[in-house]
Design a protein around this ligand. Structure first.
Ligand SMILES: C[S@@+](CC[C@H](N)C(=O)[O-])C[C@H]1O[C@@H](n2cnc3c(N)ncnc32)[C@H](O)[C@@H]1O
Ligand SMILES: [Zn+2]
Length: 191
């Protein structure tokens, strides 16, 4: 728990977005590194199998992709960072520094405000057509895009340069869905 001489910076409590959330107890200035996203560090193969038995309509995980090798499972030995919800117009962002993930304020946050960062969960080629329904966003922002997944990419003309550039690109850090969500999903009714 991050504290200062004035006491703790945030607390975990029920959120109107989903389940528990993290709320500022004091003003958090833009640029403050609020918390490290901790948990068990596993590889992608383990992450894919770990939540295989979950109901395929249940999008809830505490997985966070660090890079091609590593995923953090905040559900095992994790801290309060695992309760920070997704927001489409967020006041925080995640960043990876030396293969560790930190959540920092990108706006000055008032006491009582819920902390949120954009999960931008990766879209996969084998996602079911209802993937945006399963990962529906309830952040309530005026600019809510309706989904916790990364925005859909517009089809672009591929040049040799753009293909080379994308093949060099490492996967960005971000919240991660388990593979079972991409493969075994049943259609569900919109809530
Ligand atoms: C890392 S947890 C965040 C903490 C969560 N609220 C809890 O109580 O465990 C991520 C999960 O919270 C839910 N969630 C987070 N942000 C959301 C949002 N904006 N809309 C809908 N569900 C959200 C999703 O189920 C997501 O998989
Ligand atoms: Zn939203």
């Amino acid at each position: 728990m991050k504290t200062s001489i004035l006491g703790p910076l945030y607390e975990v409590r029920h959120s109107s977005i989903h389940g528990y959330g993290v709320f500022a107890l004091r003003k958090i200035r833009k640029g403050t590194r609020v918390i490290e996203y901790t948990g068990e560090r596993i590889n992608h193969q383990v992450a894919d199998t770990r939540y295989e038995d979950k109901d395929s309509n249940d999008n809830h995980t505490f997985l966070f992709t660090v890079d091609k090798r590593t995923v953090i499972d905040g559900g095992v030995d994790g801290n309060e960072a695992r309760f920070i919800n997704h927001g489409c117009d967020p006041n925080c962002e995640s960043a990876t520094v030396n293969r560790r993930v930190y959540i920092s304020a990108i706006k000055t946050i008032a006491p009582g405000e819920e902390l949120a960062y954009d999960y931008s969960i990766q879209r996969d080629a084998d996602d079911e057509p209802d993937v945006d329904v399963v990962f529906a966003c309830r952040c309530g922002a005026a600019a809510c895009r309706g989904s916790m997944l990364e925005p859909k990419k517009e089809p672009r003309r591929r040049t040799v340069r753009s293909v080379l550039k994308s093949s060099r690109k490492r996967p960005p850090h971000r919240a991660r869905k388990s593979k079972s969500h991409a493969r075994f999903r049943q259609p569900i009714a919109r809530r």
